[in-house]
Design a protein around this ligand. Sequence first.
Ligand code: ZN
Length: 374
Amino acid sequence: MSNYYEVLGVSREADAEEIKKAYRRKARQLHPDVAGPGHEEEFKAVSTAYEVLSDPEKRQMYDLGGEEALHGGGFGPGGFAGADFGDLGGIFQSFFGGGAGSRGPASRARRGQDSLVAVEVELSDVAFGATRTVPVDTYVVCTTCGGSCCAPGTDPVTCSQCNGTGTIQRMTRTLLGQVMTSSPCPGCQGYGTVIVTPCKDCSGEGRKHAHQDLEVAIPAGVSTGTRIRMSGRGEAGPAGGPNGDLYLEIHEKRHDFLERDGDDLYTELRVPMTAAALGARFPLQTLDGERQVTVKAGSQPGDEIVLDGLGVGRLRRKGRGDLHVTVVVETPTGLDERQRQLLAELASLRGEDDVAPPREESVMGKLKERFTGR
Ligand code: ZN
């Protein structure tokens, strides 16, 4: 941006009166009635320069450090140059349009708010997808007035103060002379119409508070924290405005024996030592009902058996994750005499019978052997 003094066409020594005159002259030259359209940027530059140079404090800061000092100088975020026209904004708008006053009456209808509802779901719901009924506190369109806000059989009346335009125009004396300014009509708050007999059922709001049971679809593959947006299922807007959106926030309950990691599920299968050694088939509860799982002969603790496609459905994709089954080998306890004998015999046959639990003396003995080299 160029030097503010140059923008206004004054010297650095110009006094307040000279600056004011220079600004008036420039602003008049740039007025659309004089200069034609397309001078908005120039007018903005002139206004900004005037706003700074007409304020002794801002002018001093500008003289000391130029524009940088102003931007970093504690006049609020982003400085004020070009961003905020203050009192001049109204004049700027009345020159070039684009202000609130030039759009005609405002509409009472506004969009309803979005709603957020937490939904607790079971693991089977997220695995397969489900339909749930969710209680929601919301707003619905008033059935008495249909959102018009008027008592049945009545209509809004054109505001007599603004003749339905929603704005009041006034001639205001400003620095630049007489300027037409417009502001929202106080008689109708800018709506252009007045509701003389509001609907009694909704107090003229056009919507009512309601408790609804919404049927919602939970897609497969969602997880705790997932938000599902349901377009147009949120609160009805005031005065017949469009509905907001409804967001479902998923909270997944823990399952008794299935752990989830992404699309895959994990569980344990406890098998006796003998079955791990000999091999066997076991029933296993899955989300798809009971399945037979084959534990191979010689299975080790921690071995994993993968059941393809018995996991969680993939979100917005085909297929399902897998079910991972970890084999937990249970060592028999509480052996009776015969069982103990059989195991001892087995150990003997496998040459494992000399593996006695080491006593302290024998450990010491072994250490002694190592140190003496015997
Ligand atoms: Zn109503």
